[in-house]
Design a protein around this ligand. Structure first.
Ligand code: GAL
Length: 984
């Protein structure tokens, strides 16, 4: 006989799924400390623990909710309580691979199984009780007072049993299997985390109570009329309940349709009407949001206006507790999202804790809710036996969809049902779609992976390039393989939803603004969802007491490992925002502010309200004019209240005349909002008044081989050079060394790409980019000048950069003109003849370790790259060198600043670098080779030298860890290049 945990059935003995609610029926939480014992096989500890007299005092204590693999407890072999983190028994991370052999629905005998036991006092005076589990990973069997209630799979979904409680002590026993047939349906890219990880509760079921209810609240944008009907069910079918919404004067009966003028619900204006649904036995709270979401003429509309999601994909993650999240953490996610101008969430890839959706209703986020279904690992079987294509699995798939929809159908924030993620193709999607069409026709349906899109109301893809997305916007994309003409015609008529884009792994993603500009240029595209919100890393401490973030590669001795791929969030695992979130906040800004400054210093600001429906009455505007970062004038700005979609042009009262000024207009919240305090900036724009181009020294260049070669030191103005090497060794009072022509950077995750296809970092490694040798061929100097000619190349290879650096005394310092040319093949011969693009073209200096503080004028304050800088303003900034480092949990290139006009470094003396006109810089206490070699931040130690990179250009960061290659325009052109900087 098949064990239940290896059955394709979804469960047994459970109650029908129904809506999550708040009601006056009483509840009793069973969260807390339970007794726990882990066993190596599905048999668990046997049956003894079901007994009333069983002595569990020798068992471990386990908090519920939690994942046992994240909690310290006594291993089977005995000894002291310890955590399993980092071992194969602990949390395991895989992306697409199943951690068990692909032999559905079997999982094999090795199946860690946790027996949980709780003795509790039953509530008094209840008519009847229901026992509810909000989430158990991956399969649970439940007994109450020795009697089996049933079992269930579907980790991120609730299940309930009728609970025949008795007065006094009751014994609740739960057996949880780490692996089950359900595992085959839960192959999401995330940690495998077993346990009772969401709440366990007893719910009173009053006689004459409300078993289930469905709020239908429609809004007609043309008339402003809301239509309300609340259906209610008791245990035996439809019942008559009272519907009261005092604010709307509604006193109706369930099943009755009432209409009245209402304010609509939207993410920007989350207007909720509170009401009550009442029977003699129970009063259920109603939180009603009137809205209509529909696809009309190939465009997604909400309340009659096109809806363009400013979205992110959100997994549930906490660095200590995994997918067990408390309300404050969920609220923090919502706050951070709203503050970053995000207005939509795809609950990748399963229904979240129900509280999160309440917060979305309340604070305003559009939600694409995804069912707990992914069968990605069947790719290893060529999709043979894929559950959506196998009738035996149909009940399990439908069960998951029913439990998703029935639990969350009353949330106005939920606007689209997503049937699954990456689960191939199968007839069952048609059945699922049929159920949705009948049960909830008011919400469109998404499924991305079937190229025919026959069961989806959206055409959708992941990670297209900018060009592909633009073609889709124009409805000119090529026809996918294997679909019929009719299917293709239907698909072309669908709106396009970018379900995942811009892979936020490590330093990145780039091009967020580029994507957003395309998404908003075409009404076919209803927005997109960045992959993803949060890094999935666990807090850990190494043997030396250094904190680090544990990722998939830190599980020692386990294969298949998903490696570092669990870290691809816009916020770090502890929810600290990354520079990527700063960039996204600007791309998703709800107001577009552009500033033009004409030659006479007259400035105008054009403000366009790109919100979905809200006007700008909640916003105040202000302006500032700065010259070289010094404020020349500022004030508030009167902008008329703009309806969604409207724009206004206003003149700025600048002080005249302004030479080379940066003019900034900010839009901030006028008053405290639920999600941010008054003064929170939601949008800004900057314009630059044209100044004179920076002056160039007119001194004629000395002839290339004229001058004298010297052995000792050579002075040029305030600078001194080593006459033999031509290197700068002193600048004013500072001892320094360099420059070296530098082409290397510590690869980012995006530079590593997705393996052999696009791993530019491996090309750099193969061609010695991190060990370039600088040869000096000639040093010559004369009165007030010095010139060095040389060649920078790796050993073994024929490619090189030939360069000339010419120094001249200018003002308080020296002007350096660099002329660099790429010679040789620049291919990784004799391997694959891959083209070598260089990540940077610039100069490296070694400065005294006592340097400490920096000030600069350029983009800031955070790090910027050529394809990720529009979220950072131009201005004057200050920082310590240490604070310039972005602490990516896996060390990689970071902390760059583009478009820098000047940079001042202080500590052991002071120096100033001035661009002609601009440069990129990084400053760190270790080299980029050290940065490349480190696998954890604690391995980065002060080298005693401060390393300054002054780059003509560094390539962008892109999104190639999943996604297209870095667009050509963000690379470093491999061509003869001349540039200049001034050092003083
Ligand atoms: C998608 C998948 C996500 C994640 C992402 C890459 O294919 O849906 O779960 O794996 O790629 O990080």
């Amino acid at each position: 006989m098949t064990d239940y945990w290896e059955s394709t059935e979804p469960g047994d003995g459970r109650r029908e799924p129904r809506a999550q609610r708040r009601s006056d029926a009483r509840t009793q939480s069973l969260n807390g400390i339970w007794r726990f014992r882990l066993s190596p096989t599905g048999a668990g500890t046997g049956d003894a623990f079901l007994g009333e007299e069983f002595d569990d005092t020798g068992w471990d204590e386990m908090p519920v909710p939690s994942h046992w693999v994240l909690e310290p407890f006594t291993p089977l072999a005995g000894g002291a309580a310890r955590s399993m983190r980092g071992t194969p028994e602990g949390p395991l991370y895989t992306n697409t691979s199943y951690p068990i052999p692909l032999d559905p629905p079997n999982v094999g005998p090795d199946n860690p199984t946790g027996d949980y036991r709780l003795v509790f006092d039953g509530p008094e005076g209840w008519d009847a009780a229901v026992l509810r589990f909000q989430g158990v990973d991956s399969c649970a069997k439940v007994w109450l007072n020795g009697t089996e209630l049933g079992w269930s799979m579907g980790s991120r979904l609730p299940f309930e049993f009728d609970a025949p409680l008795r007065p006094g002590p009751n014994v609740l026993c739960v057996r949880v299997h780490r692996w089950s047939a359900g595992t085959y349906l839960e192959d999401q890219d995330m940690w495998w985390l077993p346990g009772i990880f969401r709440d366990v509760e007893l719910l009173e079921r009053p006689a004459d109570g409300i078993e289930d209810f469905f709020v239908h609240a429609d809004f007609d944008a043309a008339t402003g009329i809301g239509t309300l009907r609340v259906d209610a069910w008791g245990t035996d079918g439809a019942i008559c309940a009272r519907v009261e919404v005092p604010e709307l004067g509604v006193h109706a009966e369930s099943g009755e349709t009432v209409t009245m003028l209402v304010e609509a619900w939207s993410a920007e204006s989350p207007r909720l009407y509170t009401g009550v649904l009442r029977t003699p036995g129970e009063a259920v709270e109603l939180r009603i949001g009137f809205r209509r979401v529909e696809v009309r003429d190939g465009v997604l509309l909400a309340n009659g206006a096109p809806l363009v999601f400013r979205g992110v994909n959100r997994h549930e993650h906490h660095p200590d507790t995994g997918r067990t999240l408390d309300r404050d953490t969920m609220r923090q996610d919502v706050m951070l999202m709203k503050q970053a101008n995000i207005d939509a969430v795809r609950t990748s890839h399963y229904p979240p804790h129900p509280e999160f959706l309440r917060l979305c209703d309340e604070y305003g986020l559009w939600v694409v809710e995804e069912c707990d279904l992914e069968t990605h690992g069947f790719i290893f079987a060529g999709w043979e036996g894929n559950p959506p294509a196998e009738p035996a699995w149909r009940p399990a798939l439908l069960d998951r969809l029913h439990r998703t929809v029935e639990r969350d159908k009353n949330h106005p924030s939920v606007v689209i049902w997503s049937m699954a993620n990456e689960s191939g193709i199968g007839e069952t999607f048609g059945t699922m779609r049929g159920y949705l069409a009948e049960r909830d026709p008011a919400r469109p349906v998404l499924y991305e992976r079937d190229p025919s899109y026959r069961d989806s109301d959206f055409f959708s893809l992941m990670y297209p390039s900018l060009d592909e997305l633009d073609a889709i916007g124009r409805r000119e994309e090529p026809r996918p393989d294997g679909v019929t003409g009719a299917e293709d015609e239907r698909r072309r008529g669908l709106p396009f939803l970018l379900v995942e884009y811009a892979h936020a792994m490590g330093n990145g993603p780039g091009s967020l603004q580029d994507y957003w500009r395309i998404m908003t240029a075409h009404d076919r595209i209803c927005g997109g969802f960045v992959w993803e919100w949060i890094d999935h890393g666990f807090s850990a401490v190494d043997e030396d007491g250094h904190a680090y973030v544990m990722h998939g590669d830190d599980v020692i001795g386990y294969e298949p490992r998903g490696g570092r791929f669990s870290l691809h969030g816009l916020v770090f695992s502890d929810r600290t925002p990354t520079p990527g979130l700063v960039e996204l906040a600007r791309a998703y800004a709800p107001l577009e502010i552009t500033i033009e400054v004409d030659a006479r210093g007259r400035a105008t600001a054009t403000v366009r309200n790109t919100r979905h429906d809200a006007d700008t009455s909640d916003v105040v505007f202000s302006w500032t004019a700065e010259s070289d970062g010094v404020t020349m004038g500022s004030g508030s700005l009167a902008v008329p209240i703009l309806d969604a979609g409207a724009a206004a042009v206003v003149e700025l009262p600048l002080p005249a005349p302004l030479h080379e000024a940066v003019v900034t207009v900010e839009a901030a919240l006028a008053a405290d909002a639920a999600w941010a305090p008054a003064g929170h900036v939601i949008a800004w724009g900057q314009g630059l008044s044209e100044g004179e181009p920076p002056s160039r020294s007119e001194t004629a260049l000395p002839p290339v081989s004229g001058g004298v070669r010297a052995a000792g030191l050579v002075s040029v103005g305030s600078a001194r050079f080593d006459g033999a090497t031509g290197r700068l060794v002193q600048l004013g009072g500072i001892e320094l060394d360099g420059p070296w022509l530098d082409l290397h950077r510590a690869p980012t995750e995006n530079d590593h790409g997705q393996g052999s296809l696009n791993d530019i970092a491996s090309v750099w490694a193969a061609t010695g980019m991190d060990r370039m040798l600088q040869r000096v061929d000639d040093v010559s100097h004369g009165d007030g000048w010095l010139r060095t000619r040389g060649r920078t190349a790796p050993s073994t290879h024929p490619h090189a950069v030939e360069w000339t650096m010419t120094w001249r005394a200018e003002g308080q310092g020296v002007l350096l003109d660099v002329d660099a040319d790429f010679v040789g093949p620049w291919r990784d011969t004799p391997y694959q003849h891959r083209d070598i693009w260089v990540p940077r073209l610039g100069l490296l200096f070694a400065l005294p370790g006592g340097m400490d503080q920096v000030r600069w004028y350029g983009r800031g304050p955070g790090e910027t790259y050529v394809d990720s800088c529009e979220g950072s303003r131009t201005g004057r900034f200050a920082s310590s060198i240490d604070a310039l480092q972005t602490p990516y949990p896996v060390p990689q290139e970071n902390g760059n600043h583009v478009q820098t006009r000047w940079l001042e470094i202080e500590g052991a003396g002071a120096m100033r670098v001035t661009g002609r006109p601009e440069f990129d810089f990084t400053l760190r206490r270790w080299t980029s080779v050290d940065l490349e070699r480190a696998s954890r931040p604690a391995q980065l130690v002060d080298s005693g030298t401060v390393w300054l990179n002054v780059d003509h250009r560094q390539q962008g960061i892109g999104s190639a860890s999943v996604g297209p290659a870095l667009p050509e325009r963000y690379r470093v052109p491999r061509e003869r290049t001349r540039w200049s900087v001034h050092l003083a």
